[in-house]
Design a protein around this ligand. Sequence first.
Ligand code: FES
Ligand SMILES: [Fe+2]
Length: 349
Amino acid sequence: MTAPSSATDLLPQRPRTEQLCHRPILRDSWYAVAGSLDVGDAPVGAMLLGQRIVLYRTATGVIAAPDRCPHREAPLSKGTVEDGCLVCPYHGWNFGDGGRCVRVPSSAEHVPPPPKAHLQTFRCEERYGLVWVCLGTPTRDIPRIAHEDDRTFRRINTPVEVWRTSATRMADNFLDITHFPWVHTGTFGRRQDTLVPKVELEDLDDGWYGYCYEVRANNDSLGSLASGQTGSVVERAMSSGFHLPFDVRSTIRYASGLEHILLLLSTPIDDVTSYFTFVVWRNDDFSVSAQDIIRFDLAIGAEDKRMLEMLDGVLPLDQTSLVSVQADKCSVEWRRRLAEHVGAAPTSA
Ligand code: FES
Ligand SMILES: [Fe+2]
């Protein structure tokens, strides 16, 4: 996991939240905001739904709190971590486990910190090599990936990136296979295979909802490392499913028995800026380097990023302002459920 500070540097100065992120229900879901390895011996600044947060690691796990010191509002993410405590850069107040203020350097030892000096922490958990935060009261679980507990699979994490696009546009894209021949021409897309068979939506396993399909993919040298196949074209049995609000799972099975599960996570930093990371589980030959395997997936992600950053604003949530066809059925259903979930009026954007 690399360069958390560079991700922090890319956060918006004036977050835009009026179209999507202001909706209270979104605070009640879990979002991946950093890699576990990003939160080490220094605090990390992040932003979720327009809220600046600080993450720091103590002996009992990662703490998430507003990135604002209760004393004089200094950004705690610019401080340090010493002896398992977050130290504010302004007057050195110390915050430990659970966000408790444990030391005020200007006060005598026997004077306890004021009760309001403790940080109002957010719920924070580590799962799948990621730090997940919920700003409100969770009404939905972190999405389940059963392969995490299967020893025949290994997990590979990728960096948490900042994309200049809305999480709505990302989830829509990750559920859509009709862009493959157009956007993914540098990786697996085949211009000659544009026709999509009838999409049938169904409950997939582990609470995911979506569809199954077959794809013929280009299989060049980079792709063959990922697919474990040598032909120039490879058949993939795939599924794509969603878990509200923005999580997408894609599964790929090759004839060889190789399985490849991708968890594609879009976290709203604000309405038009998002974290993107994906996690891969594979049951392949563990001796093949993880870096070689994910190079292909990273190249695919870069193709999506390039396309999505050309699009403006939040994806309209109503069903009337965009034109859809049968092949868009899954993203239309995801959008319908998201609009219902966030309480968007049927005709509002
Ligand atoms: S502003 Fe943080 S200790 Fe004063
Ligand atoms: Fe894509």
